[in-house]
Design a protein around this ligand. Structure first.
Ligand code: PEP
Ligand code: MN
Length: 353
C-alpha cells in the first residue's frame, strides 16, 4: 500500500471519528432530556430492562466485523457515561466532603472549638483503672490549661483474657473526675446499644479503630446529639475512613472529628505506621476537624513528641496521647503511656515557639 493510500484512509478515519463524536454527543443530549423527564416522574434513572432491550437491538443489527461481545462492551461504556451525565456532581458529593460544604466544621466541646484553626489536646490514660489514677492525670491536664480528658472504659482488646475495662463504672469515674476538674470526657463506646446510656457520661463518643466499619455502631452514633471522635481503622484506606464518617453524618450527626492513629504496614519499628499525609488529605477532602493519636500510631514513648510536632506542623487540629501516673503498672498499653513528668515536658516542648 502506498503512503498516499494510507493518508487517504487516515483522513477517512478522522472523518468517522468526528461522526462518532457527534453521534455520542447527540446521544448524550437525548439521555439528558430523558433524565429530566424521569426526574419529574420521580423515576429511577437506571432502567435495566430498557438497557437490555437496547443491547438486544444493537446485537441484532450487528453485522461485524466486531463480535457482539465487543459491541456490547463498547455500548455499555457509552450507556454508563450517559447515566453519569444525568447525575449532577452536587448530588454525588458526600455530606462530609468539602465539595458539599466548603467551610470548616467547628465543633465546640467544653469551650474548645475543634476546627477553628487552633490546636487542641485530648489527654488521659489508655484505660480507666481507678478514681485515684484518673484524678492524678486530670490534675496534670488541668495544670496545662487543657480541657479534654480521655480514658477507655470499654476496651476492645486483642485477647479476650486481657483487661476489658470497667464498663459503665469506668464512665462514672471519668464523669466524676471531669466534673471536679471542669474537663470534658472522651471515651470509646463499642456497643450500639450502650450509646443512649453512655451519652449521660461522655461529652465525645469515641469510635475505635477496630470498630471503624461497625456500621450499626456508626449509625447509632449518628442518631445522637454528641460529637463523635472517629478513629481510622488499622487497615482502612482514606476513602473507607471518609465513608465511615459519612455513615455518621448521614444519620444527622455532623459533629465528627477524624483521628489518624496509624495503619498496619510491614514496618515493625513502630506499633503502626503514622500516615501523616492523611491529615492534609482529610482536611482537603472533608470539612471535618482532623487529629492525630501519637500513642497508638507510634507505640513508642520516644516518638510521641516528634510525631506530635509533625502532626501540628502538617495542619492537624489536635493531638491525642495517653498519660498514666505509673505506666509501668498500667493495665493496658504500658509501654507507650507517658508518666506525669514526661507529659509535662511533652506539653512544654510541643508548645514552645
Ligand atoms: C484508644 O484510643 O483507646 C484506642 C484503643 O485506640 P485505637 O482504637 O486507635 O486502637
Ligand atoms: Mn491505649
Amino acid at each position: 500500500m502506498s503512503n498516499e493510500q494510507l493518508d487517504q484512509l487516515r483522513v477517512k478515519l478522522d472523518d468517522v471519528n468526528l461522526e462518532i463524536l457527534d453521534l455520542i454527543n447527540n446521544r448524550a443530549e437525548l439521555v439528558q432530556q430523558i433524565g429530566q423527564v424521569k426526574e419529574k416522574q420521580g423515576a429511577n434513572r437506571f432502567d435495566p430492562v430498557r438497557e437490555r432491550d437496547m443491547l438486544n437491538l444493537i446485537s441484532k443489527h450487528n453485522s461485524g466485523p466486531f463480535e457482539n461481545s465487543t459491541i456490547i462492551h463498547l455500548f455499555k461504556e457509552i450507556f454508563k457515561a450517559g447515566l453519569e451525565l444525568q447525575e449532577d456532581d452536587h448530588s454525588k458529593a458526600l455530606l462530609v466532603s468539602r465539595k458539599k460544604k466548603p467551610e470548616d466544621t467547628v465543633i465546640e466541646i467544653n469551650g474548645e472549638k475543634f476546627g477553628d484553626g487552633n490546636q487542641h489536646f485530648i489527654m488521659g490514660p489508655c484505660a480507666v483503672e481507678s478514681y485515684e489514677q484518673v484524678s492524678q492525670v486530670a490534675a496534670a491536664i488541668k495544670r496545662h490549661g487543657l480541657k479534654l480528658l480521655r480514658g477507655g472504659a470499654f476496651k476492645p482488646r486483642t485477647s479476650p483474657y486481657d483487661f476489658q475495662g470497667l464498663g459503665f463504672e469506668g464512665l462514672k469515674i471519668l464523669k466524676r473526675v471531669a466534673d471536679e476538674y471542669d474537663l470534658a470526657v472522651v471515651s470509646e463506646i463499642v456497643n450500639p446499644a450502650d450509646i443512649e446510656k453512655a451519652v449521660e457520661y461522655v461529652d465525645v463518643i469515641q469510635i475505635g479503630a477496630r470498630n471503624m466499619q461497625n456500621f450499626e455502631l456508626l449509625k447509632a452514633a449518628g442518631e445522637v446529639n454528641k460529637p463523635v471522635l472517629l478513629k481510622r481503622g488499622m487497615s482502612a484506606t482514606i476513602a473507607e475512613f471518609i465513608n465511615a464518617a459519612e455513615y455518621i453524618i448521614s444519620k444527622g450527626n455532623g459533629n465528627i472529628i477524624l483521628c489518624e492513629r496509624g495503619i498496619r504496614t510491614y514496618e515493625k519499628a513502630t506499633r503502626n505506621t503514622l500516615d501523616i499525609t492523611a491529615v492534609p488529605i482529610l482536611k482537603q477532602e472533608t470539612h471535618l476537624p482532623v487529629m492525630v493519636d501519637v500513642t497508638h500510631s507510634t507505640g513508642r514513648r520516644d516518638l510521641l513528641l516528634p510525631a506530635a510536632k509533625a502532626a501540628l506542623a502538617i495542619g492537624a487540629d489536635g493531638v491525642m496521647a495517653e498519660v498514666h501516673p505509673d505506666p509501668a503498672v498500667a493495665l493496658s498499653d504500658s509501654a507507650q503511656q507517658m508518666d506525669i513528668d514526661t507529659f509535662d515536658t511533652f506539653m512544654k516542648e510541643l508548645l514552645k515557639k
